[in-house]
Design a protein around this ligand. Structure first.
Ligand SMILES: Nc1ncnc2c1ncn2[C@@H]1O[C@H](COP(=O)(O)OP(=O)(O)O)[C@@H](O)[C@H]1O
Ligand SMILES: [Mg+2]
Length: 332
């Protein structure tokens, strides 16, 4: 596909940024490989947008460096960074049709009309909107408008594509279908993607690597499985997925709900206990069971068996887990 651009590596080194007394970024260091899909994940206010804006050049920083393929981009003006951006509020030009919206970045670069036409066609085909070129933004659905915004970012063949909660305004089904589309596009286009979301499921689904942020700091970076199976601390364990913290001698044990076995299935576990049933809820694929033991509530995700269906609040039941499924995490 001729739209392909090989992505460039991004290296963020000891970046600091304050807004008055607010430290938005604190010693953030992150290496993003060329062509990688890297997600900045964190709660609102954790510094994700600030980091993205510093990469784009829309925001200054107090100290540190940002390198692209080894070169410091500090002195490079926004217009020369060859970075594509997509935001949550897609901000298409309302009076321009889809074709003109997508062509905008190429018009600005004063490319020959012929080439602009070809590249716009390619970009629209890539997001499956070839038939909508003459429409105005208000004649499109939210999902289609977001795909136009994506085409507009891709048409310049960016080395780096920055996306800030681009699906945040869409409903769940649409979000899932565009997530699939994003994965396909990333594979086709080959640009380095830095993606921002506060949605952990979205981060797990999309990313080669996740950088988890909290209060301006980078807490842990790794593949989705690294972070899920080997969280560095309690914060990561609780932020990505759900986690039970069971008090034990000398500390606590961290176990995911899907690793707890309830009822007969706990017989095969090397650790098992008694607990009281608080609630049992059918989730389609199985049950979500809340148990209480010694004042601690625990969540278990079980198969959809008749044995679990028959449990009532107040019943006593055994539950267990394998030593292997206990995650070794630090407190803090
Ligand atoms: N322009 C600004 N002026 C003052 N404070 C800001 C500004 N932009 C962001 N902040 C603050 O910096 C912190 C990080 O914000 P932000 O990067 O937008 O977080 P996120 O995108 O993760 O929600 C927050 O405490 C926020 O209030
Ligand atoms: Mg933000």
């Amino acid at each position: 596909m001729s739209i392909s651009a090989l992505g460039k590596a991004v290296s963020i080194r000891a970046l600091d940024k304050s807004y008055g007394a607010t430290r938005a970024l604190e010693g953030v260091s992150l290496e993003i490989a060329a062509g990688e899909f890297c997600t900045l994940l964190g709660a609102s206010g954790s510094g994700k947008t600030t980091l993205l804006k510093t990469i784009a050049g829309f925001e200054t920083y107090d100290s540190g460096n940002i390198l692209v393929d080894g070169a410091d981009i500090g002195p490079v003006p926004v217009s020369r960074r060859n970075i594509g951006m997509v935001f949550q509020n897609y901000a298409l030009f309302p009076h321009m049709n889809v074709r003109r919206n997508v062509a905008f970045g190429l018009d600005m670069r004063r490319l020959p009309a012929r080439e602009i036409e070809t590249r716009v066609e390619e970009a629209l085909a890539l997001v499956d909107l070839g038939a909508y070129a003459e429409r105005l933004p208000r004649q499109l659905s939210g999902g289609q408008q977001q795909r136009v915004a994506l085409a507009r970012a891709l048409v310049i063949r960016p080395d780096i594509l920055l996306m800030d909660e681009p699906l945040g305004a869409l409903d769940k089904n649409l979000r899932q279908s565009i997530q699939l589309e994003l994965k396909r596009l990333h594979a086709a286009v080959g640009a380095t993607v830095v993606y921002v979301t506060h949605d952990q499921e979205e981060a797990l689904f999309l990313s080669d690597r996740i950088a988890l942020m909290d209060k301006g700091r980078l807490i842990q970076t790794g593949s989705p499985r690294d972070l899920y199976d080997r969280p560095a601390n309690r914060f990561v364990a609780g932020f990505l997925g759900e986690c039970n913290f069971i008090p034990s001698e000398g500390g606590e044990i961290a176990v995911r709900p899907e690793k707890l076995r309830v009822g007969r299935q706990s017989a095969a576990c090397d650790q098992s206990f008694e607990a009281r049933v608080i609630s049992v809820n059918f989730m389609g694929r199985g049950f979500r069971v809340i148990l209480e033991r010694g004042g601690t509530e625990l969540a278990a995700l079980t198969d959809a068996s008749d044995e679990i269906a028959a449990l009532r609040p107040g019943d006593m039941v055994t539950f267990g887990f394998q030593k292997n499924d206990v995650m070794d995490i630090a407190a803090a």
